[in-house]
Design a protein around this ligand. Structure first.
Ligand code: DON
Length: 312
């Protein structure tokens, strides 16, 4: 098998074909319905974008339509927290797969309030605590960070999603209070949850997400601005944890079939990092029972296979 990235391949045509292929597949899965703001999204939308570190952007379908980034925001929160607190962060959150659904609470009790990794909800709430403690206005800092990465000031939080997340956030609140009881949450729990729900409620398109995360494919340096977003070591660490834990309970299968660090969100987005090459973002709202976009998985699998993108 040829493992090199096939640069000579007609990528624009293939990206378009993949969206058409995905649209023609029988509808499987279910749009997230735990809040009305997500349940009301048109399920048949399909977008795909590929941003390369040498500045190319290929996209097709609904790649410019904004969607709720949800758990994909956990990547950006983690990068901000790593930049602020350094290695001590890893005493408060670990880097192991959980082997449980993203919103599971059981492990937290017997592991003394230390989340398994930053990409399950408990871990992201812990990261939110770090941000609330280390920024005077953590939500503003978060949205500014995304605007900087996307090279666009017109990026906002969906107020409807934000309010609904807060109203339906009992399980996340339970996890936050449990961590607080173990002394692993320092700030006021309500402020921590506000930050967590806020970052989940940011709206971005496939094009914007793929472009924003190219620094993770480029050893921490944003290829468009040459700005250092995080250290080379931290880019490596984020990608490593994405590989084992970014697709929740389907991370093993995703590594097995696709072989890329990736993160999904219940808004139907999936980003996959191709170190040294670029970032893929696929979006379609219908989710499988793990919470990963059915068509997003399909398109990323096909693209990675065709271009030989696996890191393994
Ligand atoms: O925390 C929550 O329950 C939601 N904001 C879901 C976040 C998310 O995308 C998790 N999974 N894929």
């Amino acid at each position: 098998m040829d493992w090199t990235v096939k640069h000579e391949f007609d990528i624009p045509t293939f990206v378009q074909q993949l969206v058409e292929e995905a649209r023609a597949l029988p509808a499987t899965g279910k749009v997230a319905d735990y809040i009305p703001a997500l349940a009301n999204v048109k399920p048949e939308q399909v977008g795909l974008a590929l941003a390369t570190i040498d500045g190319k952007l290929y996209s097709a379908g609904d790649a410019q339509t904004g969607f709720s980034i949800q758990s994909i925001s956990k990547i950006l929160g983690l990068v901000m927290a790593m930049n602020r607190v350094g290695d001590s962060l890893w005493q408060r959150v670990h880097m192991e797969p959980s082997g449980l659904p993203f919103n599971s609470i059981v492990q937290l009790e017997y592991e003394h309030g230390i989340p398994r990794n930053p990409f399950i909800n408990a871990g992201a709430i812990l990261i939110a605590d770090v941000l609330v403690k280390h920024y005077s206005a953590s939500r503003q800092a978060f949205i500014s960070f995304i605007r900087q990465l996307a090279g666009c000031e017109q990026i906002f939080v969906d107020e409807g999603v934000f309010q609904s997340e807060k109203q339906h956030g009992s399980r996340n609140a339970a996890m936050a209070y449990l961590m607080k009881s173990f002394g692993n949450i320092e700030a006021d729990v309500e402020r921590v949850l506000e930050h967590y729900f806020y970052q989940c409620s940011v709206t971005l398109s496939c094009q914007q997400l793929a472009t924003s995360l190219t620094f993770l494919a480029n050893r921490g340096v944003h290829p468009q601005t040459n700005g250092m977003i995080c250290s080379r070591r931290d880019a490596h660490r984020v990608n490593a944890i994405l590989s084992t834990s970014g697709m929740y309970d389907q991370s093993g299968e995703f590594a097995f079939t696709v072989g890329l660090p990736a993160k999904s969100g219940v808004g139907g987005g999936i980003v996959a990092i191709v170190p040294g090459y670029g970032v893929i973002c696929a979006w379609s709202p219908r989710l499988n029972h793990f919470g990963n976009s059915c068509l997003g998985m399909h398109m990323i699998t096909r693209l990675a296979e065709q271009l030989g993108l696996s890191v393994y």
